[in-house]
Ligand binder design. Structure first.
Ligand SMILES: *Cc1c(COP(=O)(O)O)cnc(C)c1O
Length: 358
């Protein structure tokens, strides 16, 4: 869709842009934050009108509730310069929807879609010079919402902050990763917060991941919390397999994050001649696929890398290897198709692109 209304939030411009200090040919993911940020407060039971201000520290109380009790959620999406040099934000409405699901689960106030869309539009338009133009590069957009009230008692905050930061990101090529099937630790259990993009899910995942690294792996392949028999996700990405020429991915549960890259790939697969199946996938099925040679691809999906190829999966100490995906692999072809749609080289039949003409 092409945006029609321009947001009219107040903008306090920085006195000194930092853009000249940044080498756009050497962008470490998440390292450089652009000149401005959008800030809105939830007070008096209402989201107030956002402001755009210079990026910088915010004063906070050490008693701020989110630090103590973890009410903190976020999103991650991307903006591009498309082939016509317009700005394209990829599926912001879907991110708005997911943010609200996370907020509801964490008992935090929802952000009306209109307010979210206007906010994302406003900050991206303000920071348009920060959108890298080299191939595969983008402006990463990071909305966060967190409890701000200072109080030691366990209570629902009555003050929340909504902030959007943006960060220029270079083309992200993920080298093939070595996975370990995790059967001791759990990322999320059904009924928990796995489907919410909340900070605590990440906090609890560092330690198991650290142990996997010490054992020589890159990431853990999370299994279900009850039986450790079925696959949930990989690290902080969704996981997909090609088995018998079919695209297979775990069916969503309350323990799995509903990835927007996952959803996009599932929708694009049929156009690439691929049948899709969402179902419970057991470790046994994966092992059998390796043994019979029917499992030909495994990859993680997420906004940062789009697809991240899997080099090997370690199941109970046995290492199963995959060859590096070539240009004819499904994962490479679908990544290309997704990029073509965002950049305007292929029609956007699903209406995923939010276009700002500037
Ligand atoms: C954000 C996230 C993903 C990927 O979601 P996208 O919308 O595709 O970026 C997958 N798993 C977890 C745990 C995540 O936090």
């Amino acid at each position: 869709m092409i945006s029609t209304t321009r947001p009219t939030f107040a903008i306090e411009r920085t006195k000194k842009s930092r853009i000249k200090d940044i080498d756009f040919n050497d962008l470490e993911f998440g390292k450089y934050i652009s000149d401005h940020m959008l800030v809105a407060d939830f007070v008096n039971n209402k989201w107030q009108v956002p402001k755009i201000v210079p990026f910088g520290d915010i004063p906070m109380s050490p008693a701020m509730l989110s630090l103590h009790y973890g009410q903190s959620v976020f999103e991650g999406m991307k903006a591009f310069r498309n082939k016509d040099n317009d700005i394209c934000i990829f599926r912001p409405q879907k991110h708005s929807e997911r943010l609200n699901k996370s907020l509801v689960r964490m008992c935090m106030p929802e952000i009306p879609e209109e307010l979210f869309m206007q906010s994302v539009h406003a900050i991206v338009e303000t920071e348009r010079d920060w959108i890298p133009t080299s191939e595969g590069a983008s402006l990463y957009i990071r909305p966060i919402v967190f409890a701000f009230e200072p109080r030691l008692r366990v209570k629902l905050s009555d003050h929340f902050k909504f902030i959007i930061l943006t960060s220029p990101a270079g083309a992200y090529f993920s080298s093939p990763t070595r996975l370990k099937v995790e059967k001791t630790f759990v990322r999320a259990a059904e009924g928990g917060t796995g489907f919410a993009k909340c900070a605590g899910n990440y906090g609890g995942a560092f330690y198991p991941n650290q142990i996997a690294r010490q054992e020589g792996f890159d990431q853990v392949l999370w299994t279900d919390a009850k039986e450790h028999k079925y696959i949930d996700e990989v690290g902080v990405m969704n996981i997909m397999f090609v088995i018998d020429g079919k695209l297979i991915t775990p069916k969503l549960t309350s323990a799995i994050l509903d990835g927007i890259t996952r959803d996009s790939i599932l929708k694009l697969a049929p156009a690439l001649g691929m049948t899709v199946e969402e179902k419970r996938i057991s470790i046994d099925e994966i092992e059998e696929g390796f043994k019979k040679g029917t499992l030909t691809e495994a990859f993680g999906t997420g906004t940062a890398a789009v697809v991240s190829p899997v080099a090997s999966i370690n199941i109970d100490g046995v290492e199963y290897k995959l060859s590096e995906p070539g240009p004819q692999s499904f994962q490479q072809r679908v990544k290309q198709k997704l990029n073509n749609i965002r950049l305007g080289f292929e029609p956007d039949v699903y209406g995923w692109n939010y276009i700002i003409n500037v």
